[in-house]
Design a protein. Sequence first.
Length: 210
Amino acid sequence: MFSTRLISRLVVLCTLLGSSAAVLADGNAEAGKALAVPCAACHGQDGATGLDGTYPALAGQNEKYLLRHLKMIQSGAREIPLMAGQLNGKSEEELADMAAYYASLPAKVGQAQGDDATVALGTRLYRGGNLEKKVPACTACHSPQGEGNPPAGFPRVSGQSAEYTVAQLTAYREGIRRTDDDYGGMMRDAAAALNDTEIKALADFLLGIH
């Protein structure tokens, strides 16, 4: 069985998915397009093809998630050395406009590269979790197709580069990434029992899920 603590958190968070308190960001995508011009150097003109796999795909990501993380990066709450100073002087409205712009771009989906066993492992973990290791199914928050949940601010994970996903899940597992504080540390709990093989299988699966 999953831990009572983790189940309680999932229940609360899933209840919030349709809550009127969970509102979407309301930025201006056209204004955000101009503000995002410098971002193309690392994240690509399409917002989905970065310099390499270490840069996240932003295209098609939901506004609420993007705005929250832009604000955290700006304040230093989420430390990303390559983003240091990039958002200095931006108002919350400008950050919202940038979030709206990237959310308006079409998301891209890749194709899983692993062998049959790797794809099968990633599929099982994403759709069913692992009862023995108390790992919950990812679909509870990120949807069966990996599209996330915009009202709750849960991110789209479909089409994200495998390299980036591996880095983030590993950082959550090790407690290095703590951007889930507002959600009770849910991602750290979920990733805590995953080994490297499982993380790589999940990342490979997510690259092509849609």
